[in-house]
Ligand binder design. Structure first.
Ligand code: KIV
Length: 276
């Protein structure tokens, strides 16, 4: 069973941490079998699984359904629940209560975006209450409107120092790791080398302590948009489409279901009904 110590040990041994997202039971089962280090039930599920335009509309109650499904499927991986927009922004008490709901639903930790005095206080209260926290800096989708769109972060030395300062404060507050999203590889390298805890990159180059990507992106299943940092390992969209076409054809041609996929009535009952 993977824990926060696994993450720290991997960083300390200079071994990379591999993480993926999962939102449902069967995907979590497959990913868990693969030996992945951590599964994030990301709020990206708002777009990928629910078809919303962005992550703003997903609620804590909806997130809990997906966390429960993933925790039933994943037995070995470390499961992190992503705190959705406005589920931790109203008060520390609200954030702590909702983080607790995620743990009760089966997550082993929660992820929060950003860094300010309020977030640092919330991180401390979660950690004191036994809830590990993964921070998230760089591009933070829940702050997209104040950032002004999908912009690459940490492009100047001042900005990189400022992200590092936030990362150090999150580390000090008790975060066990920090997601670094959308920044030049060298910026993430500088930040990673100046932290004790691991960094998990997404669109942040190869020098982070580990990587996370959205599973449906790298498997080619979600095709609404594909960020530059996504490498497609498979093309599940085409695989599913091909399978569905074959199914339709076989139904129309009466090739499916065949005897192999059917149940037979016994002869006695057939005779009673005069079925040949
Ligand atoms: O919601 C999400 O999937 C994320 C990323 C870090 C993968 O936050």
């Amino acid at each position: 069973m993977k824990t926060i110590s696994t993450f720290q040990r991997l960083k300390d041994n200079n071994e990379k941490i591999a993480m993926l997202t999962a939102y449902d039971y069967s995907t979590a089962q497959v990913i868990d079998k693969s030996g992945i280090d951590g599964i994030l039930v990301g709020d990206s599920l708002a777009m990928v699984a629910l078809g919303y335009e962005n992550t703003y509309n997903i609620t804590i109650d909806e997130m809990l359904i997906f966390i429960k499904a993933v925790s039933r499927g994943a037995k070995e991986s470390f499961i992190i629940g992503d705190m959705p927009f406005m589920s931790y922004n109203l008060s520390v008490e609200q954030g702590l209560e909702n983080a607790g709901k995620m743990i009760k639903a089966g997550a082993n930790a929660v992820k929060l975006e950003g860094c300010n005095d309020y977030i640092l206080n919330l991180v401390k209260r979660c950690v004191e209450s036994g809830i590990p926290v993964l921070g998230h800096l760089g591009f933070t989708p829940q702050l997209m409107n104040t950032i002004g769109g999908h912009k690459i972060q940490g492009k100047t030395s001042d900005k990189i120092e400022s992200i590092l300062e936030s990362a150090k404060m999150l580390e000090e507050a008790g975060c066990f790791g920090i997601v670094l999203e959308l920044m030049p590889a060298e910026s993430a390298k500088y930040i990673t080398e100046n932290l004790k805890i691991p960094t998990i990159g997404i669109g942040a180059g190869k020098y982070c302590s580990g990587q996370i990507v959205v599973t449906d992106d790298i498997m080619g299943k979600f095709t609404d948009f594909t960020p530059k940092f996504v490498k497609k390992y498979e093309n599940l969209h085409d695989v599913v489409l091909k399978g569905v076409h074959s199914y339709i054809q076989e139904v129309k041609n009466e090739q499916f279901p065949s005897e192999k996929e059917s149940f037979e009535l016994n002869n006695e009952e057939k005779e009673k009904l005069n079925i040949k």
